[in-house]
Design a protein around this ligand. Structure first.
Ligand code: ASP
Length: 334
């Protein structure tokens, strides 16, 4: 789905902000969390999460101010995000969305772990209005900063009432449903994609909301393990011994499990571990396989390994019942 052409020059951004200001009656909650979009420096040498929300607003030259309610629960480089940050963010959002005249929320965020945050919110945040995540690939000081255009596009989606309620990611002129999106490029401006769904189809399917599950407390450990024939299957029992409640296997191809791993996987599942087959391919969904029945694994479906890891933690914390977990997993993937 297109969010319209990104506008990156300062005067067109200011112009877009002014027309937004005129068009919106209710306010937009803006939750700033740092990232490159708030980074000081240029090119690839910069410090993410330097500028606070007010400084960023001033840089956008908002006159008169858009009805924004900014808040900043934390300001970090998102490579350092932990479940404690996700909890803080979810709490801040719940508070912001509780205001009766809130049209929606925009979250500015680092791109490195944007997909994890998107999955956490999609699965645990009651969102009666649209919640749009965005970020930037160039820092705020860079002459080619893409953050202002991404931010304005996110505000614009809410001001125009262009999205159904739920969690979305707007980036480089495109909009993605939260579950299934992933960062697919290390440096390009169009760094995000949904390799399994795209465009309008994503919009329609996202209307089928995923189940809302409790935010895990405590957050269970989920191991992410490389799983090819020359990786050691003992890493799975080691993860179990360390207390992991689930493991996401980063396997080749369509989540293909090497023969030498089968016994270790069967034993782990037998011991109560939830074992997810994810793919190290950047593109495509991991589809069900007869081995899932034989070994007790579940496919990652449209989820990247990073999102599968978050989803597994949330699902296993929601229930101890293996068949209920399977049902929940199916819902998450649907
Ligand atoms: N390391 C940065 C972050 O995730 C990268 C970015 O925002 O693009 O915060």
């Amino acid at each position: 789905m297109s969010a319209g052409k990104p506008r990156s020059d300062p005067s067109s951004i200011r112009c877009a902000m002014r027309s937004l200001t005129a068009s919106i009656q209710r306010h937009i909650a803006w939750i700033a969390t740092g990232g490159t979009i708030a980074g000081a420096g240029t090119g690839t040498v910069y410090a993410a999460g330097t500028y606070d929300a007010e400084t960023l607003l001033a840089r956008l030259g908002l006159v008169p101010p858009l009805p924004l309610r900014p808040s900043e629960p934390y300001r970090i480089d998102s490579k350092d995000a932990t479940p404690a940050h996700w909890r803080q963010l979810r709490d801040a959002l719940q508070m912001a969305l509780a205001a009766p005249d809130c049209a929606g929320a925009v979250i500015s965020h680092g791109t490195d772990t944007l997909e994890e945050t998107a999955a956490v919110l999609a699965l645990t945040l009651p969102a009666p209005v649209p919640v749009v995540l965005t970020g930037a690939m160039h820092p705020a000081d860079d002459p080619h900063a893409d953050g202002p255009a991404n931010l304005v596009a996110a505000f614009d989606l809410i001001a125009r009432n262009a999205l159904p309620a739920g969690v979305w990611l707007a980036f480089a002129g495109r909009v993605f449903a939260a579950l299934g999106v992933r960062k697919v490029h290390t440096t390009a401006l169009a760094a995000f994609a949904d390799p399994t769904l795209d465009g309008e189809k994503a919009k329609i399917l996202s209307a089928m909301a995923p189940p809302l599950l409790p935010f895990p407390d405590p957050w269970p450990e989920v191991a992410l393990l490389p799983c090819t024939a020359w990786d050691d299957p003992n890493t799975l029992s080691a993860a179990r011994a360390r207390g992991a409640a689930a493991a996401v296997l980063l396997a080749p191809g369509n989540g293909s499990l090497p023969d030498v791993w089968h016994k270790a996987i069967r034993d782990a599942v037998h011991a109560g571990l939830c074992v997810v087959r994810a793919s190290r391919c950047g593109w495509g969904a991991v589809t069900p396989h007869p081995l899932d029945e034989a070994l007790g694994t579940v496919p990652a479906g449209k989820l990247s390994a990073a999102q599968a890891r978050v989803a597994a933690a949330i699902v296993i914390a929601a229930t101890n019942d293996p068949s209920r977990r399977r049902t929940l997993w199916q819902h998450v993937l649907s």
